[in-house]
Structures are given as C-alpha cells and as structure tokens.
Write a protein that binds this ligand. Structure first.
Ligand code: C5P
Length: 208
C-alpha cells in the first residue's frame, strides 16, 4: 500500500480524526490531520491580537508555520475552532497550505483528514471517504470530548457552534466542505468508534 493516498473528509466532530488515524496505523501509512494547519494559523493570529479574517496577516502566518506550531496544546476549543474556520475561508491561506499537504502525501502516501482532501488536495486519491453523523450526535460527541478535557460547556451552545462552523465551511467560495463526486459516504450516527473503523476498513478494501 506504500504510496497510496486516502482522503477522509467530513463536517466537524463526525469522527474523521479517530477513524483516519486508525486506518493509517492499520495500513502502515503516515497520517496528517489537516485541520491542525488551519488551527495553528488561526492561533497565531489570535496570539498576535490580529483579526482571523485579516487576509495578509493570515497568509503570512500560514506561510511561516513550523512543526512546533502544530503541537501546541491550545489548538482546540471554541475560540480556536472559530479562528480556524475564519482563516480557512481565505484563498491565500489555502494556497499557502496546499503544497505542504501535497508534499506530505505525495512521496510515501498518507491518510489525510480534512474538508477538501478528496475535492482539492488529492482529487486523484484512489480512496475517498466522506464521514458524517447527525448534528445532534456530533454535538454530543464534541460535548463529551470537551467534558473529558475538563471544559464545561452547554450542549445547545456546542450544537450551535458546530452548525455555525459547518455553515461557514460549506458556504465558502474556495474549497467548500462537500463530498467528492466519487467519495464513499459513511454515516457514523449509530456507530461507535470500533464499528465506524470496521465499516471504513471494508469501504477501503473495496477500492484498493
Ligand atoms: O478538522 P478540524 O475541525 O480540526 O478543522 C478546523 C477547521 O479547519 C475547519 O472548521 C475548517 O474550517 C478548516 N479546515 C479546512 N480544510 C481542511 C481541514 C480543516 O478548511 N482540509
């Protein structure tokens, strides 16, 4: 399987990350969480007191990301979510991160998760999964995850934040969140992580 690229896209908190990481481990491929690139870019703007919609500052931040930026502990949480989604709507930011993502996957293959992997970053990937779950189930999972990290949040607020971010991600002009025409859809609403992984593995096996 060396050299194969597997694209895993879908809305926030659908379970893509867990699934993509496990698939990568199983198939012996490198794994990249591309959301981290947008999160780290947004975080640098927040740190600098800049507006995450500031096109020039956002492009400069995206171009100068270092590996250490991707390992920061403060890349998750409502503020980081919003900043990531804001910078992700800026075409120059996406262009700056595109070569980086392609370089990561091109040489040895990889499993990448994100929003536009199957549509823009690797449109020729032989396997594309589009992972979804109902809004309520995704909000419940995100709420549990926040609670596990000691963050108190109200479920309705988590649901509203998720919907706002999905609307922004799906509504933007450049590389919007949407399934590639040849993506395999995986609805994980009624599946736990183990069942979702088995279903994904079966879909991957069909295509490889
Ligand atoms: O996947 P995650 O929730 O970490 O992504 C954070 C944000 O980064 C998303 O809401 C989206 O705006 C952006 N993103 C993107 N394209 C990707 C991955 C993430 O636009 N490939």
């Amino acid at each position: 399987l060396a050299g194969v690229v597997i694209a895993v896209d879908g809305p926030a908190a659908a379970g893509k990350g867990t699934l993509a990481r496990r698939l990568a481990a199983e198939l012996g491929l490198p794994y990249l969480d591309t959301g981290l690139l947008y999160r780290a870019t947004g975080r640098r703007l927040l740190d600098a007191g800049a507006d995450p919609r500031d096109t020039l500052a956002a492009e400069a931040a995206a171009r100068s990301l270092s590996p250490a930026d991707l390992e920061r502990p403060d890349l998750r949480g409502p503020e980081a979510d919003r900043a990531a989604s804001a910078v992700a709507a800026i075409p120059a930011v996406r262009a700056a991160l595109l070569d980086w993502q392609r370089g990561f996957g091109r040489t040895h293959g990889a499993v990448l998760d994100g929003r536009d992997i199957g549509t823009v970053v690797f449109p020729d990937a032989p396997v594309k999964l589009f992972v979804t779950a109902s809004d309520e189930e995704r909000a419940r999972r995100r709420w549990l995850e926040l609670r596990g990290r000691g963050v108190t949040a109200e479920l309705p607020a988590v649901l509203a934040d998720l919907r706002a971010r999905d609307a922004q991600d799906a509504g933007r002009a450049v590389a919007p969140l949407k399934p590639a025409a040849d993506a395999l859809l995986l609805d994980t609403t009624a599946l736990d992580a183990e069942a979702a992984f088995r279903a994904a593995r079966a879909l991957v096996a069909e295509r490889l």
